[in-house]
Design a binder for this molecule. Sequence first.
Ligand SMILES: [Zn+2]
Length: 403
Amino acid sequence: MAATTSRDLRTRNRARVLRALVTASETTRADLATACGLSPATITNVVADLIREGLVEERGLVPSEGGRPIARLGVRPDGAFLLGADVGEKGVAVELFDLALTRLDREFHDAPTRATDPAPIGEALRAAVAAIRARNPEREPRLVGLGLGLPGIVEDASGSHEGHGEVLHAQSLGWPALPVDELVRPDGLEVFAENGAKTLAMAERWFGAARDVEHAIVALLGRGVGLGVVSAGELLRGSAAAAGEWGHTKISVDGPRCRCGGTGCLEAYVGADALVAAWRERGGGPVGTGWRAITGLVAAAEAGDPAAGEVLDRALDVLGVSLANLVNLLNPQKIVVGGWVGLCLVQARRDDLAERIRAASLTRPGSQFSLELCHFEGDAVALGAALLPLERLIDRPLTARSP
Ligand SMILES: [Zn+2]
């Protein structure tokens, strides 16, 4: 019993120190002791273990006042490698990161058909993972795992995001309930899965605009509309991981039909397809349905085009009210907006949107948040997904695996 307790304590201390090292670019043993609330002797032992594991390195010495020089510490970038995948309905981006979370490689695969069948996405995902692993064989022995950011509810009975038994419910894509290991099961590699908006929220919470913020909402606006809620420092999951399906909260009782089958959902107003369709209905000429169409819409509105202006105003109205509902419900310190549609809208009209949110919020919580663009240019869903295997490494040492 006593042995188990002391082992648990060592594991907990290792996790605390390694997490602090990953999120700090560089630190010292003394600063780690303060940051982790551990004694200098404990820090010395844990850091020695992490150096032995090959995850942490000393990076030279800095002079101290009168005493011995102090060693600077950081993670060893090549100490471990992580794969993260942004699985969208139209394609899959798989990215390889080192332990310093520097992106080393990227592979994008289109899924040409947009059917109610997840098979082409599974194929694209498996091909992208295989291509990256084939290009980086020397990194295999220290590859911790593959994290997936998925387009739907990722239900996980065990609550650990790992192993088998996770099921993806992507109702908006018309997919049947899909066990994650039917989507991808790479040889010799652990797979972890989470909803894409939640992985984006993790990336912003660890390294981005929501860093060190205990209460934040991270909105992901693209073709779909997602949300990650950080409450008291933790990602809100609900009873079965479906918490945060903000895109399918209702804006009106009898609004337009949504891809999920319901009517009046937020996504049916401010999702990319809805914006493009609204502009076309008013006589606009969007190019395609993606990035170019949305940047075109915003540019036209900014140039004074009345139809585009009307569509943008309406989108900001709806978004303002929806975010104000979250402000009243959750009392965030920070609202972070990301995703390619979010980026376009907020870059052009941040103050305008903040004003609309405040106008629709109760005065007190409305005065307690700031609105920010996501820190990462474009999406950080893949980076956030790579944090899933990183959390596994933080919780348990990497056991040597042959390539
Ligand atoms: Zn819906």
